[in-house]
Ligand binder design. Structure first.
Ligand code: FO1
Length: 310
């Protein structure tokens, strides 16, 4: 069964590990967020694509959720001692990937091409494609000013409340090669349990991609990133509260209006299922905390089973 998964980094990548175990990885196309890409020390970093690459190749630091396991930080310390920027931490092992990607981009290779090569080099059998090869960057408007994603998220520790999310460049962004074909031939579309505003939002902001998802022939299932109305980590709950007016499953479902047929929500949020159904979205109650490989796999199986019933 051909599956397309839209995903952000940490939580999404964790879910994708379950999905490749619960389905045929050769038939999976992952469309990754590039809204939080950043240039650090002259290197192009695509944090969400990298979290997915590392998660699916078994190289990820599971505890941290980003970057590589068994990491050391010599290059960063050396750069910092020489006055280089060190707020965004690139580890020694991780740097190799950013060097290869940046060199390829400088030679004119599109991000999707180099991402495909990196995925193949790391032994992934699924396709990993950025949502777009065009520049698309997430900006946050906050009471303290307007910040690019990583300045707000890492440098400022996402402490500022968010008044608005902007996807700079989105209007002119075209889906990367293969994305529309994957959506039109998929038997199932999955929206990973990622932040609707800063992880899935930038993907949906690519106009032709959004249009294709709205016109889908396959069922689309989203997994809520909230448990008991709270984010497991990160600012999704605070953002939903301020931007959508609440953190119930219906608030999550409304972020994906017209784009999903079912929402997998946690047992702790089961009370909110009826309001989801009123939106024309089927609520699927499951245990969504991914606290181990069995839990990840079971959550992916719940999403696949939900689709089979649609
Ligand atoms: N997140 C942090 O909180 N601090 C960091 O220094 C940091 C460095 C970093 C380097 C490479 C990479 O691929 C990811 C990195 N992340 C870091 C994670 C990342 O900024 C966010 O988790 C995602 O952008 C949100 O999905």
């Amino acid at each position: 069964m051909r599956v397309v998964a839209l995903s952000g980094g940490v939580g999404g990548a964790r879910f994708l590990r379950g999905l490749v175990e619960a389905s045929d990885p050769d038939e999976l196309t992952i469309v990754g967020n590039v809204g939080d890409d950043v240039e650090v020390l002259g290197l192009h970093v695509s944090p969400d694509l990298d979290s997915i690459l590392y998660a699916l190749s078994g190289l990820a630091d599971e505890e941290r959720g980003w970057g590589r396991a068994d990491e050391t930080w010599n290059a960063l310390e050396s750069a910092a001692a020489l006055g280089g920027e060190a707020w965004f931490r690139l580890g020694d092992r991780d740097l190799g990937l950013h060097l290869v990607r940046t060199a390829a981009l400088r030679l004119g290779e599109p991000l999707s091409t180099v991402t495909g090569r990196l995925a193949a080099s790391l032994g992934l059998s699924s396709q990993l494609v950025p949502a777009t090869d065009d520049p698309l960057r997430t900006w946050l408007a906050t009471p303290a000013g307007r910040f690019p994603f990583q300045t707000w998220f890492v440098a400022r520790g996402h402490r500022d409340e968010v008044d608005a999310v902007e996807y700079a460049g989105a209007d002119a962004a075209r889906p990367a090669p293969g994305v529309l074909e994957a959506v039109s031939t998929a038997a199932l579309i999955v929206l990973a349990p990622s932040n609707p505003y800063v992880s899935i939002g930038p993907i949906l902001a690519v106009p032709a991609l959004r249009t294709a998802l709205a016109a889908r022939s396959a069922p689309a299932v989203a997994i809520s990133p909230l448990i008991g109305g709270r984010a497991v980590r990160g600012p999704a709950d605070r953002m939903l509260e301020r931007l959508a007016g609440g953190t119930t499953p219906a608030h999550v479902a409304r972020c994906y209006a017209g784009l999903i047929d079912a929402l997998v929500l946690d047992e702790a949020d089961a009370d909110g299922g009826a309001a989801v159904a009123e939106l024309g979205v089927r609520p699927i109650v499951a245990r969504t905390l991914m606290d181990g490989s069995d839990a990840r796999r079971r959550l992916a199986e719940a999403a696949l089973a939900a689709a089979a019933e649609l």
